[in-house]
Ligand binder design. Structure first.
Ligand code: TXA
Ligand code: MG
Length: 316
C-alpha cells in the first residue's frame, strides 16, 4: 500500500524523479506527475490503465503561469479564470510546444486549471514544472474523494498519497473552451453553469455529444460503478426490481432500507455533490445486485450530479 502523509517535501522529491504522486484538490484526488516529462506522464497512463487518446489536465499554481504553457487566453476564459481560480474550472487553451503531445493526446489544445487546495498549491509553488493529473482512479471507475479511496484501488502502484482530507467539492472540474467564437462547456462539473453565465453571459453546452467526444470523459459509461445503476422514480422502480437485491440512492427521501444512501437529507446540492462518489463506492461493498437511483434537481451543481448519474446508468 502507498504511504499516506502530509509531507510536501516527500511529494516534491518523488515528482522531481519522474514518479507519480496522488494529490488532493477541491474536486477529486489527482494522480500527478511532471507534465513536461514524457517518462513521468507515461507512468500516469500506465498506473491508471488509461488509453493514450484521453488527454490530461495540467495543473498550475496561478493564472500568470498559464502563459508559459498556452499561446493565448481568450477574453471570456480570462475573465472566468480571474473570477473562479483557484477553483473547479478547467480551461481548454491553444497549447505551446513545451507541453508534450502525450499530455494532450495530440490535440492542439491543453486543459489547464489552478486547483483550490492549500497543500497542492504549496506543492505547485515549490515545483519548477506544472503537474499533469487525471482523477486518481483506474480508467472507467468513479473518481476518488478521500486518500483511502485512492489507496483502495491504486495503493499498490504508487509510492505516496498526499493527504488533504476529503474533497470539498466532490465532483470533477467544469471544462470550458471557446469554439467558433462561442464560450462552450464540455463537461459539467464543480463550477455551475449559472456561475459561469453570470460572468460571461450565455454559453453553449456541448457536454453530451457522444458522437464526437471531444473530451473522452464524455464517453457515456465513463463513471460506471461496479454494479448496475437504474434511474427512475424510486417508488416505481421498487415495483419492478426485487427490493431485497437493490440498494437505493436518493436525494432527500428516506426509505428506511438497510441499503440506502441519502445524498442530502436537507436538500443541499453542494452536500449531494460531496457525497455522490462516496455513495457509489459504498454500494460496491453492499450485498446487492442493483442500485435504484433518482435524479436530483437539474440546477446548479445538480446538472453535474445528474450528468454523472446518467453516465453511471449507461450500459454502453
Ligand atoms: O477536477 C478535475 O478536473 C480533476 C482534478 C484531479 O483536477 N481531474 C480530472 O481529470 O477529472 P480526468 O483526466 O479524470 O478528466 C479530464 C477530462 C478528460 O475527460 C479529458 O478527456 C478532458 O478532461 N480533457 C483534457 N484535456 C483536454 C483537451 N485538450 N481537449 C478536450 N478534452 C480534454
Ligand atoms: Mg477521470
Amino acid at each position: 500500500m502507498a504511504e499516506i502523509g502530509t509531507d510536501i517535501g516527500i511529494a516534491k522529491a518523488l515528482l522531481e524523479e519522474a514518479q507519480v504522486v496522488a494529490i488532493p484538490t477541491e474536486t477529486v484526488y489527482g494522480l500527478a506527475a511532471n507534465a513536461l516529462s514524457i517518462p513521468a506522464v507515461t507512468r500516469i497512463f500506465t498506473v491508471k490503465n488509461r488509453p493514450q487518446f484521453d488527454p490530461l489536465i495540467v495543473h498550475v499554481p496561478n493564472l500568470a503561469r498559464v502563459h508559459e504553457y498556452a499561446e493565448e487566453v481568450p477574453d471570456t476564459l480570462h475573465a472566468l479564470a480571474e473570477q473562479f481560480w483557484p477553483g473547479p474550472l478547467t480551461l481548454l487553451l491553444k497549447k505551446r510546444a513545451v507541453i508534450p503531445d502525450l499530455v494532450t493526446s495530440g490535440l492542439d489544445t491543453v486543459g489547464i486549471r489552478c486547483p483550490d487546495h492549500a497543500l497542492t498549491r504549496q506543492l505547485l509553488e515549490t515545483l519548477s514544472f506544472p503537474l499533469a493529473a487525471p482523477s486518481a482512479n483506474p480508467f472507467g471507475y468513479v473518481s476518488p474523494v478521500t486518500p483511502q479511496h485512492v489507496n483502495d484501488q491504486l495503493g499498490d502502484r504508487i509510492p505516496y498519497i498526499l493527504d488533504g482530507g476529503p474533497c470539498r467539492v466532490g465532483i470533477e472540474s467544469t471544462i470550458v473552451g471557446v469554439e467558433n467564437g462561442q464560450t462552450t462547456i464540455y463537461r459539467m462539473g464543480g463550477l455551475s453553469l449559472e456561475d459561469i453565465e453570470r460572468v460571461v453571459g450565455p454559453v453553449h453546452v456541448q457536454a453530451h455529444s457522444s458522437s464526437n467526444p471531444k473530451a473522452p470523459g464524455q464517453l457515456k459509461s465513463h463513471y460506471a460503478p461496479g454494479k448496475r445503476l437504474i434511474l427512475g422514480t424510486i417508488e416505481e422502480l421498487l415495483q419492478q426490481y426485487p427490493a431485497h437485491r437493490a440498494a437505493l440512492l436518493t436525494f432527500q427521501a428516506d426509505f428506511n432500507s438497510p441499503y440506502q444512501f441519502i445524498l442530502s437529507p436537507t436538500g443541499s446540492l453542494t452536500e449531494a455533490a460531496q457525497q455522490l462518489f462516496t455513495a457509489l463506492r459504498a454500494f460496491d461493498k453492499m450485498p446487492v445486485d442493483f442500485i435504484l437511483a433518482e435524479l436530483v434537481p437539474d440546477e446548479g451543481l445538480g446538472r453535474a450530479i445528474n450528468d454523472r448519474l446518467r453516465r453511471a446508468a449507461a450500459v454502453d
